[in-house]
Write a protein that binds this ligand. Structure first.
Ligand code: 3PG
Length: 213
């Protein structure tokens, strides 16, 4: 499937999953138990940000060792990031924004790509490239639920995964938006719980998130 077809194919899947953990992993040795804890809580699609040197190794380990986990890469800023992430096993790619360079390179990718948008114009650019599923980022700072509701009527064919400032307090209101299929966030895997290897706490948070709505 082409990248554009993969983007479309991910819509019904993320509609079921509802919450995508955003993981910034500093020690690749925690990647597998962390992913297992999240999958045990019902969260199968994991976005690993490329912000740490451990990110690529973490993706490789999860892809190889954690049954039921689907590895995605976050903070994809350049075509090189996308190539590295796909080589490490990423099946979906997420960017905080989009550039002409990423749009051009994305034609050759075989993974789904969710560019980040925060305005109608940015969403229209993504739509012009054939993409329907977009990251809405930074969600809270860009107007949150009211902004998403305002985009629903004019951009009827676009669906969003809002990320940035989403958590237990506003999760339900985001998921209730007609044009929101899932949300992303880091709250399900707090640094403190990872440092303490408190995997049952992470499974508890994942379960609470995956059973909202
Ligand atoms: C990110 O890319 O950092 C995500 O948007 C996570 O945001 P959060 O930490 O506010 O959930």
């Amino acid at each position: 499937m082409t990248q554009v077809e993969q983007n479309k194919a991910l819509i019904p899947i993320l509609k079921r999953v509802r919450v995508v953990p955003v993981l910034t992993i500093s020690d690749a040795a925690t990647a597998v138990p962390l992913a297992r804890a999240l999958v045990a809580g019902g969260l199968t699609h994991l976005e690993i940000t490329l912000r740490t040197p451990a990110a690529r190794d973490s993706m490789r380990r999860i892809a190889a060792e954690v049954q039921g986990a689907f590895v995605g890469a976050g903070t994809v800023l350049t075509p090189q990031h996308a190539d590295d992430a796909m080589a490490a096993g990423a099946t979906f790619l997420v960017s905080p924004g989009a550039t002409a360079e990423l749009y051009a390179a994305s034609k050759n990718w075989r993974a789904a790509w969710l560019p980040g948008v925060a305005t109608a114009s940015e969403a229209m650019t993504a739509q012009a490239h054939g993409l329907r599923l977009l990251k809405f980022f930074p969600a809270e700072a860009s107007g949150g639920v009211p902004a998403l509701k305002s985009l629903a009527a004019p951009l009827a064919d676009i669906v969003f995964c809002p990320t940035g400032g989403v958590g237990p307090g506003n999760l339900a209101s985001y998921l209730a938006c007609p044009n929101v299929i899932c949300v992303g966030g880091s709250w399900v895997a707090p640094d403190k719980a990872i440092a303490a290897a408190d995997w049952s706490e992470i499974t508890r948070l994942a379960k609470a998130a995956s059973t909202t709505l």
